[in-house]
Design a protein. Structure first.
Lengths: 311, 263
């Protein structure tokens, strides 16, 4: 074992340098202001904002969340103030933090909305990267863009022409073969992939015989979905070359490491932010500790280095 | 004060009666700065099931302790009831906007405070009574039956006028606590002092209080309860419809004006 090593936990997502691989996932961190005072925001690897649409959205009918075994369902429905208010009122606070800001965006009806959003964000110095949320399960759509390889390819190709900023495509686990979608995004010029978004789910109040959520269905997140997410990261890692940002029920250092060993270059902490706002910072120091304990100099030495069998 | 995530030591955790429990933990900072109507998010276990924190309103404070009154209604509160004095509790708080009330240092208040509590709704109103006892509030406590009437001793000790209502008439006025409120408002003459209503309780009760206060043009503040994922405004899960659109119970509330809510 190497003693007193100073592990390097910095990573690159395309040409974006992150001082550490731990980000906070879209929709679980608002626009960071709510976490002021709870954690030192400047220590995060990056912040991914709540998804923004062209026009403001009031969101779905409450109740919007419901606890499930080791998880939760949500159907927030992309409540957000719209791109213009975001740029004016939310972005300045994020900019001041001095860490990479990744803006998550979605379209309500037409892919053209992505063009409008990307064109606006492309002009913003404060924006380091754009995450294409083509996988939100709460928009009452029959089919998501990320459930169709051709549609994914077309969408990513469309926005790729409009910006040189880092593009991250966020994928849905509600598909038959996630690597088909991943390869389509890569082929169209996505710089990285984020996976997974929530799994479509439902919960019922049997006493009243009504759905627990106002929108009936929602997206399942939390530790309950972690094994699915880890498997999908591993599967996609073996099919593509671009970096993966892994997420799905990361609660602590060990669960973050699962994703990294499965092939994720960076990880996103999501639902854990609601329960333990300090989770992401604990993971950052936990990763350093793990590397020091195991004599690992650089995180890239373990990324995707899953051993074939147990010793 | 700015919210904190801290581990606090449990001073006591005792059954009051039936499924009702009192838990007191040590926190001089929260005890000194919390406002009635604010709440604490409690992590009841170390594991992931149950996953989420439980929001519990602040029932009262002492010099260095914060007291919670809770009802064991599910697994989360069941686990909480098994905590022992000396155990550490992971909490985030104080959270939310509490009741607006006149501080003692302000000029003498000429209005009559009427507190309306339904069932567990007594929890934050005891704390409020403590803060406004110098204006002798009138407290209306309602419950389904005698056994479920809570905190009578606390309200009496604080020297306020107390009227009880039970649905089955087993104690006090027979009927809803809002029927009692209606009678009081009917008897009120224009020459009387203006009334301020503070209420906490189940949704139908709060709706009736809001309607009564709007009909009678009386100011009311209602403390709402909702399932929450985070408790500090990040998830947008606990919203309620208001005249200004959806608002978060955890961050914009839990106390709202009766006139701003849509039922």
């Amino acid at each position: 074992m190497v003693k007193n090593i100073k592990p390097d936990i910095s990573v690159n997502i395309g040409n974006l340098d992150l001082k550490n691989p731990v980000m906070v996932a879209s929709g679980t961190f608002g626009y960071a202001e709510e976490f002021k005072g709870l954690i030192d925001l400047k220590k995060l690897g990056a912040i991914v904002t709540k998804t923004i649409t062209v026009k403001p959205r009031i969101g779905n009918l409450p109740p919007r969340t419901c606890e499930t075994p080791s998880g939760m369902l949500n159907s927030i429905g992309l409540e957000n103030p719209g791109i213009d208010v975001f740029i004016e009122e939310k972005l300045p606070f994020l900019k001041k933090l001095g860490i990479p800001v990744i803006v998550s965006i979605a379209a309500e009806d037409s892919p053209e909305e992505f063009s409008v959003l990307v064109s606006k964000l492309d002009k913003m110095d404060a924006v380091s990267a754009i995450e294409l949320n083509i996988s939100c399960p709460n928009l009452q759509k029959d089919r998501l863009i990320s459930q169709d390889a051709q549609a994914t390819f077309e969408l990513v190709s469309l926005v790729r022409k409009l910006t040189s900023k880092i593009l991250i495509t966020k994928l849905s686990p509600n598909v038959t073969c996630i690597s088909d979608i991943a390869m389509a995004a890569e082929g169209a010029g996505s710089d990285a992939l984020a996976l997974i978004n929530t799994l479509s789910g439902m919960s019922i109040d049997v006493h009243k015989r009504i759905p627990m959520l106002g929108a009936w269905e929602g997206g399942l997140s939390g530790p309950a979905i972690r094994p699915i997410a880890v498997k999908m990261v591993w599967e996609v890692y073996n099919k593509i070359k671009i970096p993966i940002i892994g997420m799905g029920g990361i609660m602590d250092t060990e669960s973050a490491l699962e994703f990294i060993i499965a092939g994720a270059t960076a990880v996103s902490v999501g639902t854990a932010n609601f329960i333990n706002p300090k989770a992401s910072l604990e993971i950052i120091s936990g990763l350093r500790q793990y590397m020091a304990d195991n004599g690992i100099l650089s995180l890239s030495n373990i990324t995707g280095r899953l051993k074939a069998c147990k010793d | 004060m700015e919210k904190l995530q801290v581990k606090v030591r449990i001073i006591s955790n005792k059954k009051l009666k039936d499924n009702y429990w009192h838990l007191e933990f040590e926190s001089r900072l929260i005890a000194r700065n919390a406002v009635p109507g604010q709440f604490i998010e409690v992590k009841v276990n170390h594991g992931t099931d149950p996953l989420l924190r439980r929001p519990i309103s602040i029932h009262n404070v002492s010099k260095s302790g914060v007291r919670l009154l809770y009802e064991v209604v599910g697994r989360g509160t069941q686990i909480l009831s098994e905590k022992r004095p000396g155990d550490l509790l992971d909490i985030i708080g104080p959270l939310g906007n509490g009741f607006e009330y006149l501080r003692k240092t302000a000029k003498p208040d000429s209005s009559q405070a009427v507190l309306v509590a339904g069932g567990m709704g007594v929890a934050p109103l005891v704390f409020l009574t403590e803060k406004i006892k110098f204006i002798s509030p009138l407290v209306l406590v309602g419950a389904r039956k005698k056994e479920q009437v809570l905190c009578l001793r606390e309200f009496k000790a604080l020297g306020c006028k107390l009227i009880i209502a039970t649905d089955d008439g087993s104690l006090g006025f027979k009927g809803k606590v809002t029927d009692l409120l209606k009678e009081i408002l009917l008897k009120k003459s224009p020459a009387d002092r203006p009334i301020n209503i503070y209420a906490c309780g189940p949704q139908p009760m709060l709706k009736a209080v809001a309607q009564l206060s709007c009909e009678n043009n009386i100011a009311s503040q209602l403390s709402l309860e909702r399932h929450m994922a985070c408790g500090f405004g990040a998830c947008l899960g606990c919203v309620v419809p208001t005249r200004a659109g959806y608002k978060r119970v955890c961050k914009d509330g839990p106390v709202f004006l009766g006139k701003e809510l849509i039922w």
